[in-house]
Design a binder for this molecule. Structure first.
Ligand SMILES: [Zn+2]
Ligand SMILES: [Zn+2]
Length: 259
């Protein structure tokens, strides 16, 4: 299975997974045009996209939905509460024929892929992260969480690749320009993962199977990619694991590519 980040950060999030025959996106916080352009940039066949799995209803994860409903025949995976929230926010209806219902903690089979959504602590109606397995590879997509719960750690065991939130440096956020209420929200137990909390979770789930980590959903204002890298490198020092930082404005494909 191949993995790419099409965009990552507070201005839009979209991950792509491919087995060579079909592509599943996780979140669609980019325009339909950008999704297609960035897949093309990577040399992926944009016509292979068949579905989007949503993590939660925040705008940086759902922006493209109204256009995707009109312009594609893609299916949408989401829990019932998240789908309702997304439709309410966007003023659209997703026909039952295009909805693949999810329940946190319950894996579904999607064309031979195992797609497992699991609950995250975040200020949305029913937020989830994903563990997706295909062709013997397991990928974790874990962003938008306020703190690293034991449940999240359990679901990130024995992954091949992990896209993990490193949202902010606590000091940069505290001393930065954000209004106090927004700072409090981000720092809360249901906000976003700091570099320190990311490293704590990474230390819990690192294994000899893990081949690559990409730090994701970095705040452009409240983090510095170098600081996030240092925090992760500290944990990965004695392991032979690729470390990347996903970008807001450009796509990034990350190994392993086999399968
Ligand atoms: Zn987000
Ligand atoms: Zn969010």
């Amino acid at each position: 299975m191949r993995y790419a980040s099409l965009a990552s950060g507070s201005k839009g999030n979209c991950h792509a997974l491919s087995d060579g025959e079909r592509i599943l996106l996780v979140d669609a916080g980019l325009s339909f045009l950008q999704i297609r352009e960035r897949l093309e940039q990577l040399g992926w066949d944009k016509d292979q996209v068949q579905a989007v799995a949503f993590t939660h209803e925040h705008s940086d994860h759902i922006a493209a939905l109204p256009v995707l409903l009109k312009r594609t025949n893609w299916a949408f995976m989401a829990t019932e509460a998240t789908l309702e929230a997304i439709c309410r926010i966007k003023g659209v209806t997703v026909p039952a024929s295009r909805w693949i219902p999810l329940r946190p903690g319950h894996a579904i089979d999607w064309n031979g892929w195992r797609v497992l959504p699991f609950a995250t602590p975040h200020d949305a109606v029913d937020p989830v992260a994903y563990r997706i397995e295909a062709g013997g590879h397991a990928v974790g997509i874990v962003t938008d969480l306020g703190h690293p719960t034991a449940l999240v750690g359990d679901h990130c065991a024995d992954l091949d690749l992990l896209a993990l939130e490193a949202n902010h440096d606590i000091q940069m956020l505290r001393e930065g320009e954000y209004p106090p209420a927004l700072k409090a929200r981000i720092l809360s137990r249901v906000g976003h993962l700091s570099n320190v909390a990311m490293a704590e979770l990474l230390a819990r789930v690192v294994s000899s199977k893990l081949k690559a980590v990409t730090l994701s959903h970095l705040s452009e204002q409240n983090n510095d990619p170098q600081l996030a890298r240092f925090a992760a490198q500290d944990v990965l020092r004695s392991w032979n694991i690729q470390l990347h930082v996903s970008h807001q404005r450009e796509p990034l494909e990350i190994g392993p590519k086999a399968g």
